[in-house]
Design a protein around this ligand. Structure first.
Ligand SMILES: Nc1ncnc2c1ncn2[C@@H]1O[C@H](COP(=O)(O)OP(=O)(O)O)[C@@H](O)[C@H]1O
Ligand SMILES: [Mg+2]
Length: 414
């Protein structure tokens, strides 16, 4: 990240407090103008807390759903943000794929005899071992949908048949046209078939869904989806199971992060629900973000800082984010252009920086990809100021689009 030193330092301190287990009963509020990195900081906090820290992002407007109660939406989000790390010893096949031949299952007598995939031949290798196995249609289908190729390291669970792609082996003929992002890994050692300790992070919500689905198995109305509300009874069952597993040393809790953007759109009921959640012993780190100053608490006539009631505000550590300087904006644009593989010439960089200053950073960033397409269409590899000008007339920022609609309205009236 670029700039925003104070906010980042504050975020670093929060991470330390959380790691020391001293953040109970509190939350965080990121307050600052749009495009100043509030979302980016929230994500960074979750990453710093650990690679498998659950991160749930919710826009406050999403709680006003037709299907679910507000508190139900929040409850599900909270439970998605609490992980349960489970350790299990499992028998697995692990190795780099050196041969994979799926067989298409054909029906006799059918002209277009495609009926899906049958079994397949699979050879897995480690540094010390090689094993040829024949796998059934279920595993074959997973291998295909995971796009498994020769050179991929995979793990197949011997019991459940669940397939996981770990990454690609380095040396195996790196193809330049590979568009999938992948992780480079070493060839595993030891036997292909072995007992391995597998660590997985499930969320409380995952387990709720699992129990809820199983229940419908016995009911006559077997319709189940996440659109349905989950009963307190199921949640209690989940909590009991998890608690038991923790007591037996088979699992541990992973406190995740629940990020709620546009927090000024929450109402009193939602705020009091969140305040209560923060107080409970099983709570994720709650990070709110807003770009509003003094404003009415939604659904009331009460003015409050950031539209948030006092009793919740008192529990929040507030981290302000400030607008970027021109130099910082330029650096951010350069970094993003590099990350998104959009080569910019100097004129394009200058113009995008100007747009970021005068319009918004987000708008400037949004123009990069379309500008690349325009440049490529004209056979140029680098994006120039011309391309930026072109796409900024094709795609407007919010302010301009409002002006245009406004102008159009006048034309209609006259
Ligand atoms: N300090 C920074 N360094 C690099 N990229 C940044 C930085 N701040 C913001 N960005 C990028 O700018 C865009 C807007 O940031 P975002 O976090 O969405 O802002 P906010 O949530 O405050 O509106 C994002 O694409 C983000 O990745
Ligand atoms: Mg944001």
């Amino acid at each position: 990240m670029v700039g925003q030193e104070e906010a980042r330092e504050a975020a670093g301190i929060v991470v330390q407090i959380v790691k020391e287990g001293k953040f109970a009963g509190r939350g965080i509020l990121l307050a600052g103008p749009p495009g100043t990195g509030k979302t980016a900081i929230a994500i960074a906090i979750a990453r710093e807390l650990g690679e498998d820290t659950p991160f749930v992002s919710l826009n406050a407007a999403e709680i006003y759903s037709v299907e679910k109660k507000k508190t139900e939406v929040l409850m599900q989000a909270l439970r998605q943000a609490i992980g349960v790390r489970v350790r299990e010893k499992r028998t697995v096949y692990e190795g780099v794929v050196t041969e994979f031949k799926p067989r298409v299952r054909k029906a006799r007598g059918l002209a277009y005899g495609y009926l899906g995939f049958g079994s397949s031949e699979l050879t897995l290798e480690t540094q010390d071992d090689s094993l040829k196995i024949s796998v059934g249609p279920e595993i074959t289908e997973q291998l295909i949908s995971l796009n498994v190729r020769v050179g991929d390291v995979i793990v197949i669970d011997a019991e459940t048949g669940n397939v996981r792609k770990v990454g690609k082996v380095k040396s195996k003929a790196k193809r330049v046209y590979d568009i999938e992002p992948y992780k480079e890994v070493q060839i595993p050692s030891g036997p292909v078939k072995k007992t391995k300790e597998i660590v997985r992070v499930l969320t409380l919500h995952d387990i709720d869904l699992y129990y809820a689905a199983e229940r419908t198995f016995f009911s006559f109305f077997g319709v189940f989806g996440t659109e349905r509300e989950i009963s307190d009874e199921i949640r209690r069952k989940t909590d009991e199971t998890v608690k038991k597993m923790i007591d037996e040393g088979r699992a541990e809790l992973v406190q995740g992060v629940l990020f709620i953007d546009d927090a000024h759109l929450l109402d009193l009921e939602a705020f009091s629900f969140l305040t209560k959640a923060m107080e409970s012993e099983l709570s994720p780190i709650i990070i709110l973000a807003t770009n509003r100053g003094m404003t009415k608490i939604r659904g009331t006539d009460i003015e409050a800082p950031h539209g948030i009631p006092r009793d919740l505000l008192d529990r929040l550590l507030i981290i302000p984010t400030r607008p970027y300087s021109e130099e910082e904006l330029k650096t951010i644009i350069m970094i993003r252009a590099d990350e998104e593989d959009v080569p910019l010439d100097d004129s394009a960089l200058e113009l995008l920086t100007k747009i970021a200053v005068e319009r918004s950073l987000r708008y400037a960033l949004q123009l990069m990809e379309p500008a690349k397409i325009v440049a490529l269409r004209e056979g140029r590899h680098k994006v120039s100021a011309e391309d930026i000008k072109k796409v900024s007339s094709l795609f407007t920022d919010v302010k301009t689009s409002l002006e245009i609609v406004e102008k159009y309205k006048d034309l209609l009236l006259s």
